[in-house]
Design a protein around this ligand. Structure first.
Ligand SMILES: Nc1ncnc2c1ncn2[C@@H]1O[C@H](COP(=O)(O)OP(=O)(O)OP(=O)(O)O)[C@@H](O)[C@H]1O
Ligand SMILES: [Mg+2]
Length: 585
């Protein structure tokens, strides 16, 4: 009889293939082992890593453990204690649920496991290539210890693809940090080659975990926030906008105690900070979301980290409101840092004076106030004390004069304040434009004569399709007569004489596919308009203009930064001045 060509893969080969998805690097091995320990209800987890994890990774927990029978089953594929039926998938409350991790790890390493429920004799097994090579009784110590050696020894291609040892190790540390942040009531300790890498107390205090991860300065510049609506409650710590990083890695997200990745959530955080942070700078934020497990889907990616959230709009709104409230309560004026070379006349922390024709002031990179003041600020600084209840607008101060045609100088008993008049005007106009544009029904200006506009072939196509209704949404009406397109109505805030230019901008944005997110487009236009129409540097302001500017600035939601995230106001405190002049040392 002729045999067919299809064969069932032997179990260890099947496990190895699955391992390609489940454990793609050393950090994912640690992640899976920590998840298992946490699911077992461990209160103490000790991690030992040797030679960046390539030699061995050991995770020891004091969770519920496994009896002898379960231990055997744990290495079968799809064997899990965490879900039983189809509907459980919609209501996942454990970190693991696939029954894939242990067989996968065992198929690409030499793995020894010792476990006991504490009531009966324990069991110790060693597996190589997924096959049991040693099996014997162990003491009845409650909990589980797993030792993973020679990871990826039998998958040389994977080994070759690992990034440098340091980077792999950094990713492992990050994984442990995320686990510790998501479970502050569990004590974690991690050692590398016998040296301590992370230690948390397990007292349920997230701030303590943040202290264990970040330096003192960073944590001092983070503020607690919390908020709640019908679907979600959120809580966490967010860095003041003066605390910036050059990558978004310091935004950690946790949902129902699972460290997650979710683009919608992280970009909402960036949105909340948008007009406070300089371009290409990112905040430090730890956000915990709690919601009904029914609203989340974890089963969309083999790593269980990407999750899909229902009611995301409601979450975004809650986040934006909570962050806005937090910023409102914070003193956001950066202090001038202590200068090693006291030279007051040198405007080293401010913008370079710009010519009136230059569209935007140019930031002096190395001396950018937002960089300097977070590096070496004395920890005795008044700003670092939490000030949750005070609602701080612009301080009360008295006008001293205008300097360099660009800065307005004010004083009060805290010291001198310098306001960049261009940045201030930009902030005011930006918020005014945004408000005007965001009205539900745009106020329209009818053009006396329809203004002929020329569109490229593709724009014409787009216009005939979807674009016309999008334009209408913005308050732009284009009519077509004898093949000629003409502008008939525009929103009233389009500057006169520039109707075509702004229509072009809107069209371009629509073409780029920005339409679904009208807010982003409006924001971009508002920044653009604010920047072009604000007072420039080197322009002398009269006293009444200054009063007006300060009044309007005080009315804005955020008087402290321009829409590009650069500071509007900086402070030179009296203490600072006294130090400059060596009145105090
Ligand atoms: N540290 C541990 N303490 C107690 N039981 C454990 C531990 N690790 C694993 N187990 C048991 O072994 C089973 C298999 O673990 P494994 O990690 O392979 O799958 P899972 O956690 O159920 O799902 P996933 O593949 O998503 O991680 C678990 O369901 C659990 O019952
Ligand atoms: Mg697991």
């Amino acid at each position: 009889m002729k045999m067919g060509k299809i064969r069932q893969l032997d179990e260890s080969l099947a496990n190895m293939i699955a391992a390609g998805e489940v454990v793609e690097n050393m950090a994912s091995v640690i992640k899976e082992l920590l998840e298992n320990a946490l699911d077992a209800g461990a209160k103490n987890i000790d991690i030992h890593v040797a030679n960046y994890g390539l030699k061995e990774i050991r995770v020891e927990d004091d969770g519920e453990g496994m009896d002898s029978e379960d231990l055997q089953l744990a290495f079968k594929r799809h064997a899990t204690s965490k879900i039983r039926a189809h509907h459980d998938l919609h209501h996942i409350v454990t970190l693991g649920f696939r029954g894939e991790a242990l067989p996968s790890i065992a198929s690409v390493s030499a793995l020894t496991i010792e476990s006991s429920t504490g009531t009966t004799e324990g069991r110790r097994m060693t597996l190589k290539n997924g096959k049991v090579i040693e099996d014997r009784p162990a003491p009845p110590r409650r909990g589980t210890t797993i030792l993973v050696k020679d990871l990826f020894y039998n998958t040389p291609a994977r080994l070759k693809h690992l990034r440098s040892e340091q980077r792999e190790f950094a990713a492992m540390v990050e994984t442990v940090q995320h686990a510790a942040l998501s479970h502050s009531a569990v004590r974690f300790s991690m050692q590398h080659n016998g040296q301590s890498v992370l230690n948390t107390t397990g007292r349920g205090d997230v701030l303590q975990v943040l202290h264990a991860i970040y330096d003192k300065h960073t944590v001092q510049h983070m503020r607690h926030f919390s908020g709640k609506n019908a679907y979600f409650s959120i809580e966490g710590y967010a860095g003041l906008p003066t605390l910036t990083r050059s990558t978004r890695k310091h935004i950690t997200l946790v949902c129902n105690q699972r460290p997650i990745r979710n683009v919608a959530v992280s970009s909402t955080i960036l949105d909340a900070y948008k007009s406070y942070l300089p371009i290409q700078k990112f905040p430090v934020v730890h956000l915990e979301i709690k919601t009904d497990p029914l609203l989340i889907d974890v089963n969309i990616h083999p790593q269980k980290q990407e999750i899909k959230l229902s009611e995301i709009t409601s979450l975004k709104q809650l986040m934006l409101e909570t962050f806005a409230t937090m910023f409102k309560h914070e003193q956001l004026i950066p202090d001038v840092r202590k200068s090693p070379e006291p030279r007051f006349s040198h405007p080293k922390l401010s913008y370079q004076a710009t010519s009136p024709h230059e569209a935007m002031p140019h930031v002096v990179e190395e001396n950018d106030a937002s960089n300097t003041q977070h590096d070496e600020r004395a920890s005795t600084d008044l700003n670092v004390e939490p000030s949750p209840k005070r609602r701080i607008r612009l301080p009360d101060f008295e006008y001293v004069g205008q300097a360099l045609g660009t800065y307005l100088i004010f004083q009060n008993d805290e010291g001198l304040h310098l306001i960049d008049q261009h940045a201030a005007a930009e902030r005011i106009r930006y918020e005014a434009y945004l408000q005007a544009m965001s009205r539900p029904s745009p106020t329209i200006r009818m053009l006396l004569l329809p203004l002929p506009i020329s569109l490229g072939a593709d724009e014409r196509e787009a216009f005939r399709g979807q674009a016309a209704s999008h334009l209408k949404h913005f308050g732009i009406t284009i009519v077509e007569e004898d093949g000629q397109l003409a502008l008939q109505e525009v929103p009233y805030w389009f500057p006169e004489g520039q109707e075509e230019h702004y229509t072009d901008q809107v069209m371009a944005a629509i073409q780029e596919g920005l339409t679904p997110d009208k807010a982003t487009l409006l924001d971009k236009l508002a920044i653009d308009l604010a920047c072009k129409h604000s007072i420039k540097a080197n322009h002398h302001l009269t006293r009444s203009e200054i009063d007006r500017l300060m009044h309007d600035l005080d009315q804005t939601h955020n008087p402290f930064t321009c829409p590009h995230g650069r500071p509007v106001i900086i402070r030179l405190s009296i203490q600072e001045l006294e130090r400059f002049f060596k009145r105090v040392m």
